[in-house]
Design a protein around this ligand. Structure first.
Ligand SMILES: [Zn+2]
Length: 268
C-alpha cells in the first residue's frame, strides 16, 4: 500500500510538454567540456520547457533570456551581456513562444528555475502572478555569490517583484513532476523530472550538464562552481535516465534541435 502523501505508481498529472527556443549564446567550447578546445566558439541554444498540467496549473521550467537592455523596441539580433554574446530575435521572447501555442504568461501558474543565472531567469519579471520554486541554497548564493562566479547572477533579473518559495532538496511538485537537486554548476542548481502521459520520462538537466559529452564522468563542463559536485550530479542524472528509461533534455546542447522538436510540437 502506498504511503500517505506519495503519488501512486505511474501516476502523472502532466498533459504534455512543449519545448521553446529562447535565443542562443556564443560560448567558448572549453565551457562545455572541461579544458577542451579553448578558443573555439560554439553557438548554443537557450531553451525552456512548458509543462501543461491536467489541473490547469501549468509549469514553466526556466524563463530564458529577456535582456533588460533590449527593452527599447529595437529588433535586436545580438548583444554582449556579462562577457557573453547573446543572439535574440523577437520570436525568442518567452511571450512570443507562449503565444505561438495559444498561451499567455498568465497561463503559467508555477515557474521552476533551474538556477538564477540571467539566461535562465531572464524572463522571471513577466510572471509575478506565479509561484516560483527554487532551491534555498541557490537563492542564498545568488544574493551573495563567490566573486569568481558572480557574473551570471544579475540581480535585476531575479529580484524583480517575484516571491520565491524555497525548496530544500528533491521535491515532488505534483504527480509526475519533481525537482532534483543537482549542485555543481551552482550550489543550489536543480533539474526537473517529468513523467508524460505515455509513461515516458523527460529529465530537464538545466545547466547540470551542457552537452552529451559530459556524460563521461571525466568530462564535466568547464564553468562549474564546484567541479566535483558537478561530476556527481551528472552521474546521478545518467543513473536516473537509465533507471527510468528516460531522456535527458540538455538545455544548452548545441545539437538540441537535431534531437528535439520545438513548440508547437507537444510531447505526450
Ligand atoms: Zn548557468
Amino acid at each position: 500500500m502506498a504511503a500517505e502523501g506519495l503519488s501512486r505508481r505511474g501516476e502523472t498529472d502532466v498533459a504534455g510538454v512543449s519545448l521553446f527556443n529562447l535565443g542562443t549564446l556564443l560560448n567558448d567550447r572549453s565551457m562545455m567540456v572541461y579544458r577542451r578546445d579553448p578558443g573555439e566558439i560554439v553557438e548554443v541554444p537557450v531553451t525552456g520547457g512548458f509543462i501543461e498540467m491536467c489541473d490547469g496549473e501549468h509549469i514553466l521550467f526556466d524563463t530564458g533570456m529577456l535582456p533588460l537592455d533590449l527593452d527599447d523596441g529595437r529588433t535586436v539580433t545580438q548583444a554582449r551581456f556579462r562577457g557573453l554574446i547573446a543572439r535574440y530575435a523577437p520570436e525568442d521572447d518567452i511571450r512570443a513562444r507562449l503565444a505561438a501555442i495559444g498561451r499567455t504568461p498568465e497561463d503559467v501558474r508555477i515557474v521552476i528555475n533551474s538556477h538564477l543565472h540571467w539566461d535562465h531567469a531572464g524572463g522571471n519579471r513577466l510572471f509575478s502572478h506565479a509561484r516560483f520554486l527554487v532551491q534555498e541554497n541557490e537563492h542564498r548564493f545568488a544574493c551573495c555569490p563567490d566573486p569568481f562566479i558572480a557574473r551570471p547572477y544579475a540581480r535585476p533579473y531575479f529580484e524583480c517583484g517575484v516571491a520565491y518559495e524555497l525548496l530544500r532538496g528533491d521535491t515532488v511538485i505534483k504527480p509526475g513532476v519533481a525537482t532534483l537537486a543537482t549542485p555543481g554548476h551552482t550550489p543550489g542548481h536543480q533539474s526537473l523530472m517529468v513523467r508524460l502521459p505515455s509513461g515516458r520520462s523527460l529529465i530537464f538537466t538545466g545547466d547540470a550538464m551542457l552537452c552529451p559529452a559530459n556524460l563521461d564522468p571525466a568530462l564535466p563542463p568547464g564553468n562549474a562552481h564546484r567541479t566535483e559536485d558537478a561530476v556527481a550530479s551528472i552521474a546521478r542524472l545518467k543513473m536516473l535516465a537509465e533507471f527510468l528509461d528516460g531522456e535527458l533534455v540538455i538545455c544548452h546542447d548545441p545539437d538540441f534541435w537535431k534531437t528535439w522538436e520545438p513548440a508547437p510540437h507537444r510531447y505526450r
